[in-house]
Design a protein around this ligand. Sequence first.
Ligand SMILES: Nc1ncnc2c1ncn2[C@@H]1O[C@H](COP(=O)(O)OP(=O)(O)OP(=O)(O)O)[C@@H](O)[C@H]1O
Length: 336
Amino acid sequence: MSVIDVRNLGKTYRTIEKEGGVKGAIKALFRPQYREKVAVHDLNFQIDAGEIVGYIGVNGAGKSTTIKMLTGILYPTTGAVTVLGHDPQRERVANARNIGVVFGQRSQLWWDLALIESLNLVANIYEVEPSRYKQLLSHFSEVLELDEILKTPIRSMSLGQKMRAELAAAFIHEPKIVYLDEPTIGLDVMVKQRIREFIKDYNQTHNTTVMLTTHDLGDIEQLCSRVIIIDAGSKVYDGPLHAIKQQFGKYRTITFETNQPITNVQLPPACEQLSLSEYSLELKFDRSQLSASQVATALMQQIDVADFTLNEPDLESIIKHLYQNPTAYNEVAVNE
Ligand SMILES: Nc1ncnc2c1ncn2[C@@H]1O[C@H](COP(=O)(O)OP(=O)(O)OP(=O)(O)O)[C@@H](O)[C@H]1O
């Protein structure tokens, strides 16, 4: 059953264009010129209970705008959002009980309060049952290593400590859905790992739905089985993580090790040499035109192959390619 239902969702920002100087300011006051920016356009997706979905795209693609509409901070210009049966904007209180939110670049905790005081407050606001609160606090303290920072005010915490504190606060009322916007940004490898493990463990034990916005592909690879890619406000991919590699990884590489020094080789069409040393040859080929076995057969007729390795494209290079070449999304659609 879907817990998040997004239908034909769109958001257009309307801003007043101002010319410089006092004259410009007065003109904007009496005869405002509006500029419209379509941030999200005709978005459709459903997310089921317990899914961890990576929501990715370049800067300015429309990710934060979508999350703001899902959490009820912004109202949509077109279409509708339903979260566990509620309209997040009109039923903000009911919605708030069900959700937890972490914005990696902004703190939602009380700056001058010690973490434990902040957590007590949040638990009070959400009316968390005291014995349950005690249990959760002890569990979170262990997995997020909070003991050392419970008495520290948020303002004196390091980035990694702050993020662990934010997570504890966002999860303490046991929300059914959590929206995590860049939860690992700027953190060192160890803290990143701890946070990913916390999210994974919480998802598995509570069947919590997680929507994760991140530029860190490690987060995606370790946590998300499904990915939604948004580009210029529109959805361009929605599917399993592993299928991105199949759909968009147009090129593969193959490395041959030989028994004899490699001399002249004739490459099949749609195949290009990446590197050559005495006993090793690395090729790149377009898998929509050639299969790995066709490449291997062509080369084995020319060189004395001792071994060969076929390399799948890695996610990072595919996503980088997609981000740099938005038309690649259409190329795939045409090729299909
Ligand atoms: N309040 C606003 N008024 C006008 N335009 C806005 C406003 N907020 C965002 N935009 C524009 O809408 C588009 C989408 O912005 P959004 O912040 O949703 O992107 P994003 O994918 O979250 O980017 P990032 O990865 O940088 O956070 C951008 O072109 C942005 O400039």
